[in-house]
Design a protein around this ligand. Sequence first.
Ligand code: ADP
Length: 537
Amino acid sequence: MAILWSTGVTEQPRSGDTLYRALGHATALVEGGAALLLLRDDGQGDGTADIRSLEDVSVIGWGLERETMQHIAAFLLEDRTPEPLDGRPRVAVNTDLWGGEIATLRLGDLAGTVGQVHFLGQKGFSTRRQFVEPRRRQALIGELTAAVRLHQEVARLRQENRQLSSILHFSGDGIVTIDAALRITGFNPAMETMTAWRQHEVLGRFYHDVLLPRDIQGNPLGYDHDPVVLAIETGKAITDRQLILLARDGQTVDVSVTAAAVRAPNGQPVSCVLNVRDITRSRESEELRNTFVSVVSHELQTPIAIIKGYASTLAREDAHWDAATLRDRLKAIEEESDRLNHLLGNLLYASRIHAGGLKMERTEIDLAEVTRAVVRRFKARSQDRDITVRFPSNFPLVMADRDRIEEVLMNLLDNAVKYSPRNQPIRVRGQVTEDDVIVSVTDTGQGIPLREQERIFERFQRVDNSMARRTQGAGLGLYICKAIVEAHGGRIWVKSELGQGSSFSFSLPREEKPQAPMVIFGGHNERQERQQHETSI
Ligand code: ADP
């Protein structure tokens, strides 16, 4: 049972305001003392004829205390006094709850019954002209029925409004409402996330000034091509238009929008609802696929071409090679095969990380010793590089997967060598903080632009400069390093200045943290793959 308001004496209703006033007016008209309205909640069936329980109805009272109202409503529902056939009120007498008569009228119009009204008055009041004279009675019923219908319509609209608000609020797509003057009138939370603007900052602002829409070539969107303007002008929906919006922080967001005009009752478009879907991710993954194909084909082609070139030269029957040239060519073939091996190893590794994660086999390791061993191995191959290692003497043991940490160190050293001039030293340093141990690999090479520094840890990302074009690489090394370090509960980062050099650091927790993110996947020949990878660095 819903009690929309109690009485004129106690509290004033809110949603039933109009209805309450109409009831008060009708009560005064029949010179009654109080009144009760019983309305079916579901608005179904023929009003209250089949109501058997207070659970199914809204009760609106006038001039009654809440409790009395409930008792009288219960009494009325149980009362089986038959209704007179000529439309006059059914009259019940209740001396316990109400010391007089209760005159009941069925409320309804051509569209059906909406409920019952019960007027409470003194003995004999049911013979008032308002009840007895058919025209007056019909006017009374008509006025109250209209008030009930209005009340029900308002309630329905309120409910719809609530539903609409929750759709706007919880929608994964951005939704902006824009008036005919192209000002923003609504901006949902998904839109806030997408653009970093808050609703209160953009309401009332010109939509173009906030979202700075551009076409997919990046040119500012003229009004002639603006889907919002077109939707309002033509009254038609403009669907799936791809645009670029500019977020508050300057980031571009690739979106697909649908603009639909909202029309006034006279059919005139008055505003527009803009649905905005962020397609940055799907575009990125499409780009990633293309990058993958171009990077891999380029990286495979180069060593294959070299191997083939040398092999066919060596195989020529008309040529005779001295031992030194032969060794030289064969060494080059071996190096290029190693490079291929390394690339394939990295590709497999990266796809496994992407598919499910890395399984760590942690044991207690002495990071200072592991680092020195890796550097020793590395120097054996890059003899001309000056690589210094310095660790504090009290460097604590950490729980880590030795092979994987060696992989990280190898990749960082490999990059430091690749991206800095030959005669420049490379420094490897160990540090201890309260919670972590940190290892840094620092070079004095070309450095990395600030805007690229986050990106280079993603798959296939290489800085687009001449050095990167000259050096080989698929942009997978740092991605693999990041996955390994994070699976240990650590962090990897870079500090770099253009032209000055770069310092890549990674941290590992000092104590093994049981909550450290660790994802498991099965991989029976993973070790073998890693070993192949190692020997080729
Ligand atoms: P790869 O070296 O195979 O291209 P990485 O994932 O190891 O892939 O590195 C990604 C990119 O980051 C490199 O292509 C390079 O542009 C940049 N980079 C990595 N290390 C350094 C460094 N020490 N100095 C300058 N740039 C670097």
